[in-house]
Design a protein around this ligand. Structure first.
Ligand code: CA
Length: 223
């Protein structure tokens, strides 16, 4: 996403203080003084990520700029207002503003608001699938990394993966995983869950996808 923030403000001292706060926070300010220039900037190839729009501009008011802008752009807009009747119009009218700040304001507070609006609109990062079961290879990929599992650890994880969110009792797990092993005990299941968890922790120390249900069994936590 572009780091450019368009400032539309005819008072140079205010524009300068906003630009300074934006640069300090790693943004690239772009300043214009007229509504018409703002609309031109939004038709340029490198479109700003957000507009800080003063309501009182020399050529047209900010509401009119926003109305024209909304005909071709969904760019977030934060209004700068000087008077309470302007706030009433921002709040009361469907003009497509994302937030507003009243003068006098702290430029740092404005930049914090800008961050909030941009975060709200940012698409969620595409996460790698948590688990990928590759049955022909008898392998599980966890967070993009192949796990080095023993035969029973693999079968145990496969059983849990095939029933996500379902609690499987130790007896059910023994049936599925240790069907060919005659002498298994409840604690065999527990020991293998423990070693499996240790291997999962090597990949993602912060996560524990296997949930223990005391007296009942184990389940795979929902992603
Ligand atoms: Ca003004």
């Amino acid at each position: 996403m572009s780091r450019t923030i368009l400032i539309v403000e005819d008072e140079l001292a205010i524009a300068d203080s906003i630009a300074y706060a934006l640069r300090t926070d790693g943004f690239t300010p772009l300043h214009v003084t007229l509504g018409g220039q703002a609309l031109d900037a939004m038709r340029a190839p490198d479109v700003p990520a957000l507009i800080v729009l003063d309501v009182g501009l020399p050529d047209m008011n900010g509401f009119e700029v926003c109305r024209l802008l909304r005909q071709f752009s969904n760019v977030p807009v934060i209004f700068l207002t000087a008077r309470s009747d302007e706030i009433d119009r921002i709040v009361g009218l469907e003009i497509g503003a994302d937030d507003y700040v009243t003068k006098p304001f702290s430029p740092r507070e404005l930049v914090a608001r800008i961050r909030v609006v941009l975060r709200r609109l940012a698409p969620a990062p595409a996460a790698a699938p948590r688990f990928e079961l590759r049955e022909p290879e008898a392998r599980v990929i966890y967070r993009g990394q192949p796990l080095d599992l023993t035969r029973y650890e693999y079968l145990l994880l496969k059983a849990l993966l095939e029933h996500p969110g379902h609690v499987l009792s130790r007896a059910q797990l023994m049936d599925r995983v240790w069907a060919d092993a005659p002498d298994t005990l409840d604690r065999t299941v527990d020991a293998h869950v423990k070693s499996l968890r240790a291997k999962l922790r090597l990949v993602d120390p912060a996560a524990d996808p296997i949930q223990t249900h005391r007296g009942m069994g184990y389940s795979l936590a929902p992603a």
